[in-house]
Ligand binder design. Structure first.
Ligand SMILES: Nc1ncnc2c1ncn2[C@@H]1O[C@H](COP(=O)(O)OP(=O)(O)O)[C@@H](O)[C@H]1O
Ligand SMILES: [Mg+2]
Length: 473
């Protein structure tokens, strides 16, 4: 079942009684086609509107404006139970007093009229989906007698038993430990391939989304930033936000400038960039984009070396780096080229992305131009090309985003004053300087009086792009 979202927008009224205008635009003019039978990963930092998008598709929340189609049918105003959707949440939400079988049967027992099944049919269906998610041997257990991964499989079985037209998964793996998460995501992928149900998988974890999705949709503050095949978005990010959000270790970002078709980082000329105009840029270099050379063009101070089997990660610093450290992944054969405290790198030009320092939009150069055009043509043909072209949405503290490891002037004095002085009334102003999120609609925070949503949502760690930078070394 193809799902089409047209200008979908959700505005929540202000929660602040004194400031009625402080409404939250959770989803902003969302246009998206989700092809039949595909698995789409909806990806973005916590608070960017992923759940709200999913709730609107499910019918649990009504859009402020815009339309939703399943195939050719408009479903914008259709009640959730009539949409033919299956929903799975992070916290399983199983009925604790029922057995696995009763939990799976539950949605079928409420079917009315012509959809009603006989008892034998219901049992057969429940057995079939239990087999599909490999939970059939536990049919008589209670949820408390199952591991987290098994409980989540029951939840998936329960979502599948009505044979939904669209399967919606909201951070379904967040409560599982690392190993189970990996295993369960493979399972979800297999089940989706087997059933061919159009599936939307929401996560803030870029690795998770990249690994199981046919297409990913990267969101920021309710706006789609870029869509495409995971590898394409990784290899050809349209703006700095997308480049920073995808990849572990994260992309290295430097301050740089283009002058006479040459790229400079600090005083060092590091790469020829034919076709790029003179300007100030952010230079994004993927960790695998460095070549360790005796006379390499970019010099960094080595601060550590991590051996990871075949590859080696050289951790270094450079005064123009906006990340606290520069992380490069090089082959162990190149290690001979390192002197004790200096590493010199040449750069692989297809792993170097330039972004205009004002707009943060990509600046293509050299062979990247043709490679980009080829990908765009391919994605357009697949009906999956979308790149945000206007100005990027900015968070209240966005200006602070590129702060280096150094604390801003007066920072420590301010922190100290918080403990010694009585807190002033105009607290937000004071906090603004310190990169506090107090002013912004609190990211990831779910309002307690969230009457519209069916289940309580637990906090997800704000593992967003911004946080890569603050990573402890
Ligand atoms: N019922 C609600 N009332 C007011 N604001 C809400 C409500 N639900 C979500 N929000 C706000 O909308 C934004 C998007 O939330 P959400 O869709 O839950 O994000 P995500 O799932 O990406 O973490 C956030 O700023 C959040 O605080
Ligand atoms: Mg959410």
């Amino acid at each position: 079942m193809k799902v089409v979202l047209e200008h979908l927008t959700k505005i929540f009224p202000s929660r602040n009684k004194k400031d009625k205008d402080a409404e939250v635009v959770a989803v902003n003019d969302f246009d998206l086609v989700i092809p039949d039978g595909k698995l789409i990963g909806l990806l973005g930092p916590s608070g960017c509107g992923k759940s709200t998008t999913l709730f609107m598709i499910s019918g649990l929340q009504a859009p402020s404006s815009g339309k939703i189609y399943f195939g050719d049918d408009e479903v914008t105003k259709l009640a959730p139970e009539n949409r033919g959707i299956g929903l799975v949440f992070q916290n399983y939400a199983l009925y604790p007093h029922m057995t696995v079988q009763q939990n799976i049967l539950f949605p079928l027992q409420n079917l009315k009229g012509p959809n009603r099944l006989s008892k034998e049919e219901m049992l057969k269906r429940a057995n079939d989906v239990a087999k599909l998610v490999q939970i059939d041997e536990f049919m008589n257990r209670k949820p408390s007698e199952l591991s987290g991964g098994q409980q989540q499989r029951v939840a998936i079985a329960r979502a599948l038993v009505k044979m939904p037209r669209v399967l919606l998964l909201d951070e379904p793996l967040s409560n599982l430990d690392a190993r189970l998460r990996l295993q369960t995501r493979e399972e979800i992928r297999r089940i989706q391939r087997d059933t061919q149900i159009t599936t939307i998988f929401v996560t803030h974890d870029q690795e998770e989304a990249m690994s199981i999705s046919d297409f990913i949709v990267v969101m920021k503050l309710g706006v789609i930033m870029q869509t495409g095949r995971p590898q394409w978005v990784y290899d050809d990010p349209a703006n700095l936000f997308v480049a920073k959000f995808l990849g572990t270790p994260p992309i290295n970002v430097f301050k740089g400038r283009v002058e006479g078709e040459k790229l400079y980082i600090g005083e060092e000329e590091v790469l020829g960039v034919p076709g790029a105009d003179d300007r100030e840029v952010y230079v994004g270099i993927r960790p695998e984009g460095f070549l360790l050379k005796k006379n390499g063009k970019l010099s960094c101070k080595v601060s550590g070396i991590d051996v990871m089997g075949r590859d080696v990660s050289v951790v270094s610093t450079n005064e123009n780096s906006l990340n606290p450290v520069v992380r490069s992944i090089i082959s162990s054969d190149e290690m001979g080229n390192i002197s004790s405290d200096e590493a010199r790198f040449d750069l692989k030009s297809h792993k170097v992305f330039l972004f205009d320092s004002e707009t943060e939009l990509r600046v293509y150069f050299g062979e990247q131009v043709a490679a980009h055009e080829k990908m765009v043509a391919e994605m357009k043909e697949a009906g999956q090309y979308y790149v945000h072209e206007g100005p990027l949405p900015r968070e209240a503290d966005d200006a602070d985003r590129h702060k280096t490891a150094e604390a801003p002037k007066g920072f420590f004095a301010k922190v100290k004053s918080l403990f010694t002085k009585k807190p002033k009334k105009e607290k937000p102003a004071e906090n603004a300087d310190m990169g506090s999120e107090n002013e912004a609609p609190a990211e990831g925070e779910v309002p307690a009086e969230n009457a519209e949503t069916p289940v309580e949502k637990s906090d997800t760690p704000a593992e967003n792009a911004e946080n890569h930078e603050g990573e402890a070394e």
